[in-house]
Ligand binder design. Sequence first.
Ligand SMILES: [Zn+2]
Ligand SMILES: [Zn+2]
Length: 95
Amino acid sequence: MPALVHQKCFEHAQREASSRCLNCKRYYCRECVVEHAGRITCTACLRELAARKSSRRISYGAVFAALGFLMAWLVFYGLGRLLLMIPAQFHEGVM
Ligand SMILES: [Zn+2]
Ligand SMILES: [Zn+2]
């Protein structure tokens, strides 16, 4: 990376850039970047990633809630069908 030496930090114009954000491809000094999931990421991108992840978590929660409801409905539907299949005489004998 020979061009890196001549690059300045995107946030700090007086500082030499030491790293490049893999997400936005901008150059930053050591203070402006963090390692996130094995990738060099600037704080702005990290915040964006965190926001995206949290919003995705909410949608996943909704999906899981819907799936849970569907599973519960299927179980109760199956049980209902099962109870209907059992002859009425058998029910009277148990009660
Ligand atoms: Zn970035
Ligand atoms: Zn900086």
